[in-house]
Design a protein around this ligand. Structure first.
Ligand SMILES: *[C@@H]1O[C@H](CO)[C@@H](O)[C@H](O)[C@H]1NC(C)=O
Ligand SMILES: *[C@@H]1O[C@H](CO)[C@@H](O)[C@H](O)[C@H]1NC(C)=O
Ligand SMILES: *[C@@H]1O[C@H](CO)[C@@H](O)[C@H](O)[C@H]1NC(C)=O
Length: 496
């Protein structure tokens, strides 16, 4: 369970990295705060008072929360005069006393925004944009009826633009169990899709003369229009979810594609991602072979995405990929294993995917190169040398997981160096560091949720997390207390 949560946090991190360029922070600050600050003491009372309220769960250290803050405040100020009122609030979910609230709403990453109706009894995830204008437009739509009637062709063409998924219920009359089930569906999925209903199919784009009841889904990809006639609520819901996932998700700078990219990364499927330069002459050849593969493996637990090199810096950083490896396919499974095929040609796609499906591809590990000289007091560990230095050396190893941009890590660096110097004549103790942003960390051994994180591997025995003070004296004392009898490397080998 814990590892599941970790994986999805990683994915939300990835998703936010992917869109990092689309979040624009502005410096504007106004005196009056329109966003309400809530905590455990006044949350229910406030939510009860407002039939429609949006709550942001944030953490003070979260960068994306900081970029959202001015946009959220600006949106709150615009929406404060909306009729009916739309209230925006925030909760510091990192605060110990508010953690129960956060877990009640299943908050798994920051920021998470929830739309609460009926005193919080109906909670929906906010899935709209993160800049002020976008927030305003999205929330105005959320506060109205979940599905509004379409009564003219003009209205139909202005609402059903062909740029996103739009679900229309076609009914002979707006009553009866089918209609009721459609409204339940619209209410349930309103934060993800646009809904409308009509009695006249001829008003719709590409309309033909059906009278219904039928649900007609318009989408900007694959077959463009799909009809469905099973009005069980669960069946309708499944239909909309499945029909609105493209066979191959396209990831480029076009913001219209972003909701599908988010869905792609939220899916529990294994994710097969083909990255290339979309301007390449071979684009069509790749697209056609990849489409074939997606069709071939439909329903087999793999989702497919094609990403344009130009939009993918975030993903490349996250997976540790390099531009000279494109075109490439990388597959990431739900348990965070990765499989890589660099320098791909269109004809490789089918054969390589078959090898992967047959279990014949070895996982790929992100690692910096093993340093040729490693003679500073604090040793450098990379993913490819972690086993050897930390687990197989038979020594007492203190390992720091750091990020190059992390201020607390920079503060710790000279202290760690002093610790290392003080153990320099002691062969059985190693002080080491690993750049956790450039190397894959084995998740079964270490849990790294923030930087710096330190673990200690005694000469014999399991790793333990170091959560003591960050002074030279504290660390040295801990190592002296926790070090085991050193097992020499040759003895280890003898035992094997
Ligand atoms: C809720 O309580 C906190 C802490 O006492 C306070 O800062 C905040 O303004 C209150 N919010 C509302 C809407 O009353
Ligand atoms: C409406 O949905 C409910 C719940 O799924 C189902 O029991 C009922 O049969 C549905 N009605 C129709 C006409 O399909
Ligand atoms: C993609 O290819 C085009 C045309 O060959 C080139 O101009 C562009 O710089 C390439 N983009 C990247 C990100 O390499």
């Amino acid at each position: 369970m814990a590892s599941r949560v970790r994986v999805s946090i990683c994915f939300s991190l990835l998703v936010s990295l992917l869109f990092v360029s689309s979040i624009s922070a502005t410096e504007e600050e106004s005196k009056k705060e329109f966003v309400l600050t809530l905590d455990h003491s006044n949350f229910s009372e406030t939510v009860d008072k407002h039939p429609f309220i949006v709550v942001e769960f944030y953490a003070p250290w979260c960068g994306h929360c900081k970029s959202l803050a001015p946009e959220y405040e600006k949106a709150a100020s615009v929406l404060s005069s909306h009729d009916p009122p739309i209230v925006l609030a925030k909760v510091d979910a990192n605060e110990e006393a508010n953690k129960e609230l956060a877990s009640q709403f299943e908050i798994r990453g920051f920021p998470t925004l929830k739309i609460l109706r009926n005193g919080g009894k109906d909670a929906q995830e906010y899935k709209g944009p993160r800049e002020a204008d976008g927030i305003v437009t999205y929330l105005k739509k959320q506060v109205g009826p979940a599905s509004a009637e379409i009564s003219s062709a003009e209205e139909a063409s202005s609402r059903i633009t062909g740029e996103n998924v739009f679900v229309v219920g076609l009914f002979p009359k707006f009553s009866g169990e089918e209609y009721l089930n459609f409204t339940i569906l619209a209410e349930k999925l309103r934060s993800d899709y646009d809904f409308g209903h009509t009695t006249d199919a001829k008003l719709l784009p590409r309309g033909d003369a059906v009278t219904g009841p039928v649900v007609r889904l318009f989408k900007p990809f694959d077959e463009l229009v799909v009809d469905f006639q099973d009005f069980h609520v669960e069946a309708l819901e499944k239909f909309v979810e499945v029909a609105s996932i493209p066979k191959v998700t396209i990831f480029n700078k076009d913001p219209n594609n972003h909701p599908y990219v988010v869905k792609f990364f939220n899916s529990p499927n294994a994710k097969a991602m083909l990255f290339l330069n979309f301007s390449s002459q071979l684009f069509d050849a790749f697209k056609s072979k990849f489409d074939d593969a997606a069709e071939h493996y439909k329903g087999k637990g793999v989702s497919f995405l094609m990403g344009d090199l130009e939009a993918s810096q975030g993903a490349f950083q996250y997976f540790g990929l390099k531009e000279d490896q494109v075109p490439l396919i990388i597959i990431q499974t739900d348990d965070s294993q990765k499989y890589l095929k660099p320098n791909l040609e269109p004809d490789h796609i089918a054969t390589w995917l078959k090898e992967y499906m047959d279990g014949n591809v070895k996982p790929y590990k992100k690692s910096e190169p093993i340093p040729e000289v490693n003679n500073e007091p604090v040793k450098v560990v990379v993913a490819d040398s972690l086993q050897e230095i930390v687990f197989n050396s038979g020594k007492n190893v203190l390992l720091e997981f750091y990020a190059p941009w992390c201020g607390h890590c920079q503060k710790l660096a000279p202290i760690l160096e002093e610790v290392a110097v003080s153990f320099q004549s002691d062969e059985d103790v190693v002080i080491a560091k690993i750049d956790a942003t450039a190397n894959d960390i084995p998740q079964d051994a270490f849990e790294v949720k923030g930087y710096p994180t330190m673990y200690f591997k005694p000469a014999s025995g399991d790793v333990v997390q170091y959560d003591g003070g960050r002074t030279k004296e504290d660390i040295i004392e801990f190592i002296q207390k926790s070090r085991g009898n050193t097992v020499k490397e040759d003895t280890v080998k003898d035992e094997l």
